[in-house]
Design a protein around this ligand. Structure first.
Ligand code: FAD
Ligand code: EPU
Length: 341
């Protein structure tokens, strides 16, 4: 079957920020064969290439001149199962939340804290998605990708992915070189979820009476509840989730800020102290500001929303105004979290 190429496509339905940019050419691929053909074509035509999952972490600052490949390669296979574990290969175009829900319901645990994160499985390793005390690197065992230079399928293990907070080798050494085709996970049948995140623990203690520890399905439900309350649904209010990473600062700066702001929210992290960027943005008064229709979400100031479907450039200018203000007020540099094209 020839590739179904589309020209001058409005990317608004393909990015959850609702930015109305154009793709010069776009193709939806549903197999590795089609993916390889599309990559070969882009190379022959000297088109730039961008692979999209569900566009829930992507900001288009202008039209995309080149080929956008939308990954819809599907399939989930359990290739090993014992009384304790199950190992899965999941194709990159599968919906992340669909995977989490089906695994949790089957009694395969480890993903339940990551419920309701938008996007595809193939994008999950890129920034090592994380929420409510868990990161995807805790259950991911292997990533298969198409090498854009050699057109060979390669596999790398968890260690080689070089995972860190919102980071991986796919944003560093392999940036622009790898299209992820599938991800392997090892899940457990041990019904003991990780319960370290304060707001999750609090919610579970409200939901569950008695002394028994919550089941992974209860954890899944509580995460869905918290997220539904705090985070805007992109289909209703366009957004890409957190617009900035939570900054890690030195103990000295933390102590200084704490003197001025005793209510400063922070958590200890491996290389220093992690501040809640949402708290800084709220404290700086951004819940009451809007520029060209772009603003922050009322119940989560770390989320920039674009209700009027403004251009990516307008959203980025708003984000830059926040960065400058936070730097000025707190001496903290915020780093943008979504990918910009
Ligand atoms: P896209 O936006 O399509 O792509 C993101 C990046 O990955 C781009 O650079 C793209 O080129 C690249 N990419 C995508 N697929 C592939 C592939 N197969 N191979 C190679 N590169 C690829 N993130 C969290 O970590 N935790 C959260 O709690 C969280 N909450 C969110 C809540 C909301 C409401 C929203 C809108 C977003 C949230 N995010 C969160 C961000 C987002 O859900 C994740 O980054 C997700 O993994 C993006 O998936 P996607 O398929 O939409 O990626
Ligand atoms: N806070 C405020 N005001 C706000 C927002 C947050 O004061 O407007 C404070 C609150 O005190 C809260 C603390 O910040 O206790 C932390 O807030 P929250 O639990 O909502 O988490 P977050 O640090 O703002 C991070 C991730 C989210 C992830 C949640 C849950 C980053 C950049 N963001 O947000 O990920 O869902 O934790 O684990 O690390 C994403 O990456 O897109 C994303 C949504």
């Amino acid at each position: 079957m020839p590739l179904n190429l589309q020209y001058d496509v409005n990317l608004e339905p393909y990015n959850s920020l609702g930015v109305p940019a154009l793709a010069q050419v776009l193709v939806v691929v549903s197999s590795v064969t089609e993916l390889r053909e599309a990559v070969q074509l882009a190379s022959e035509k000297k088109w730039s290439l961008l692979v999209l999952g569900e566009g829930s972490n992507t900001v288009f600052k202008s039209d995309f001149v080149g080929l956008v490949i939308v990954n819809r390669i599907l399939g989930i296979t359990a290739f090993e199962e014992t009384d304790e574990i199950v190992s899965l290969t999941v194709a990159a175009g599968e919906n992340w939340h669909g995977l989490v829900e089906s695994c949790t319901r089957k009694g395969w645990y480890g993903l339940e804290n990551l419920a309701l994160i938008p996007g595809t499985v193939g994008a999950a390793p890129i920034q090592n998605i994380g929420a409510y005390g868990v990161e995807v690197c805790e259950t991911l065992t292997e990533v298969e990708y198409l090498d854009l230079e050699t057109l060979q399928l390669c596999s790398i293990d968890n260690f080689a992915c070089d995972f860190a907070y919102r980071d991986s080798v796919f944003k560093k050494g392999l940036a622009g070189r790898a299209v992820i085709t599938s991800v392997n996970f090892q899940l457990t049948k041990n019904a003991l979820s990780k319960l370290t995140y304060p707001s999750l623990v609090e919610r579970l203690s409200e939901n569950i009476t008695g002394s028994s520890s919550p089941t992974p399905l209860e954890v899944f439900a509580a995460v869905c509840e918290i997220r539904a309350e705090k985070l805007p649904l992109p289909s209703t209010i366009p957004n890409v989730g957190s617009f900035f990473k939570n900054p890690i600062v030195s103990a000295e700066l933390h102590a200084e800020l704490k003197k001025t702001y005793p209510d400063l929210v922070s958590f200890s992290a491996s290389q220093g102290i992690k501040l809640a960027a949402g708290w800084l943005i709220e404290k700086a008064g951004w819940k009451h500001k809007s520029i060209k229709g772009v603003r922050v979400h009322q119940s989560q100031a770390l989320v920039v929303v674009n209700p009027e479907h403004r251009a990516g450039q307008d959203v980025l200018e708003f984000a830059e105004a926040i960065r400058e203000d936070i730097s000025l007020k707190f001496g903290v540099k915020l780093e943008i979290e979504p990918r910009i094209y």
